[in-house]
Structures are given as structure tokens and as C-alpha cells.
Design a protein. Structure first.
Length: 256
């Protein structure tokens, strides 16, 4: 029975990776070579992210209970980590609904902050030596303080009002950066495949968001068009060139 379930998971994983590769090739081809295909490309992109969430639901269902005869009250950390992962992937889907399909940026950034908070919880269960709540609180408060400093510098440097999207974006960036720093540490210290996959996915995801910031730079700064045009063209492709592989790696990082 156990062998059949393991075989089923392997088949699901192979199909998931193959489908995501096909999505990846298609969306990059559309973005690079096909004009006026934005809507088609966006729906393919959204479907690829939705598939990451659906894969996590199918592949990490009651794994801990299958491995050991436990009640739900006795579920180990691996089950908790998988629940956090699935919840984060769900809110990633929600975020892309608002950002990719509906253009409600403040809501989309807010739900992406929740995603990073959930990843902070997951990482803290690995690196905080049992002091998870303390670690999460300190890093959240620290991220908020650094974001506030960035906003003050931004306000006095440009002498412009601070929009809500900038406030949310600053906190999102600092919280994400904190997770990435921990992710780099995991890459060097951990020997567990699922943690390395997660860290690699997080780094690719972060590179994507750097390109998102570059793509939208002229919304907040005045830049010479001759300088900005190649940056805009590169970042418009690089966003999803890194985002989808990052999300696939994160989806594959469930604890088996």
C-alpha cells in the first residue's frame, strides 16, 4: 500500500514538473516573441501558479499520518511545515489574482506580505532552536523598523508624499530580505533536500521581485528613457523567468 502511494506521488511530481516546464516555455515565448499576447500570457502565468498550490494539496496530504500511527494532536513539525507551505501557496494564488488579473496592487502586496510572514514562520521552525515565536516577533519588528527608515529616507530624498503602495512595498521588501538572508544560511548549512529546494526557490522569487521593482521604477523615480528602456525590456522578461521556477521549487519543498 505504501509503495503504491509513493509511486503515485512520484507520478504526480513528474507530471507537475513536465506541465510547469511547458507553461514556462510557452509564457516566455509569448512574452519575448509575440506582440499583443498579454492576456493569454497572464492566464497561463496564473494557471501555472495555481497548479503549484494544487500540487501541494495533492502531494502533501496527511503524509505524517501515513508515516506513523499518530493522532492529529500528535502531528510532528513536518506536518505543521506542510500546512504552512500550503497556506502560503494559497495566498500566493490570491496575490496573483489581485496583481496579475485585477490590478489591485495594494491588496496584492498585502497578501504577499502574509506569504512572507508564513515563510518566516516556516524558516523559524528550522533555524530558531525552538524559540519560534520570539524569532518571528523579533524579525517582524526589525523588518518594520528598517522599512520605516527606508520610507523616511525616501520621503526626504524625493520630497514627495508616501503612497500606501510604497509603505506596503517597503515592509514587504524588508521582510522578504530577512527571509532570503536566512535562506542563504540554509543553503550553506542544511543537508536536507527540501530545505535546499525551498531556499533556492526563495532566492529565485527574490530575484523576480527585484525585477518587478525595476519594471515599475519610473512610477516612483524620474529616469532618462534611453537608460531605462533596456532595463524595462530585460526586467519584463526576467520577472517570470525567475518567478515560476522559484514557485515550482517552493512547491516541491514539502517535507516528506
Amino acid at each position: 500500500m505504501k509503495k503504491k502511494k509513493n509511486r503515485k506521488r512520484i507520478i504526480i511530481t513528474i507530471l507537475f514538473i513536465v506541465i510547469e516546464i511547458l507553461f514556462y516555455i510557452t509564457l516566455l515565448y509569448l512574452d519575448i516573441y509575440v506582440d499583443h499576447a498579454v492576456n493569454i500570457s497572464n492566464y497561463i502565468k496564473f494557471t501555472s501558479i495555481l497548479l503549484c498550490f494544487l500540487y501541494s494539496l495533492m502531494n502533501y496530504k496527511n503524509i505524517s499520518l501515513e508515516k506513523k500511527d499518530m493522532t492529529h494532536k500528535e502531528l510532528p513539525k513536518s506536518s505543521f511545515g506542510n500546512h504552512v507551505l500550503k497556506t502560503a501557496l494559497f495566498f500566493t494564488v490570491v496575490s496573483d489574482v489581485f496583481l496579475l488579473l485585477l490590478d489591485y496592487y495594494s491588496i496584492g502586496i498585502s497578501t504577499f506580505i502574509l506569504v512572507q510572514f508564513l515563510y518566516l514562520i516556516r524558516i523559524s521552525t528550522w533555524v530558531s532552536s525552538g524559540k519560534v515565536i520570539k524569532s518571528v516577533l523579533l524579525k517582524t519588528i526589525g523588518s518594520g523598523l528598517v522599512a520605516a527608515l527606508i520610507l523616511v529616507i525616501y520621503h526626504f530624498w524625493l520630497d514627495t508624499p508616501i503612497q500606501s503602495e510604497i509603505v506596503l512595498g517597503a515592509f514587504y521588501f524588508t521582510l522578504f530580505l530577512s527571509n532570503v538572508i536566512d535562506g542563504i544560511g540554509i543553503l550553506f548549512r542544511s543537508k536536507k533536500t527540501y530545505r535546499i529546494l525551498f531556499a533556492c526557490g526563495l532566492l529565485a522569487y527574490f530575484i523576480c521581485d527585484i525585477n518587478v521593482a525595476l519594471f515599475n521604477l519610473t512610477d516612483y523615480l524620474t529616469i532618462n528613457n534611453s537608460i531605462y528602456a533596456p532595463i524595462y525590456q530585460f526586467s519584463s522578461i526576467a520577472m517570470w523567468a525567475f518567478y515560476l521556477p522559484g514557485q515550482v521549487a517552493i512547491a516541491l519543498s514539502g517535507e516528506m
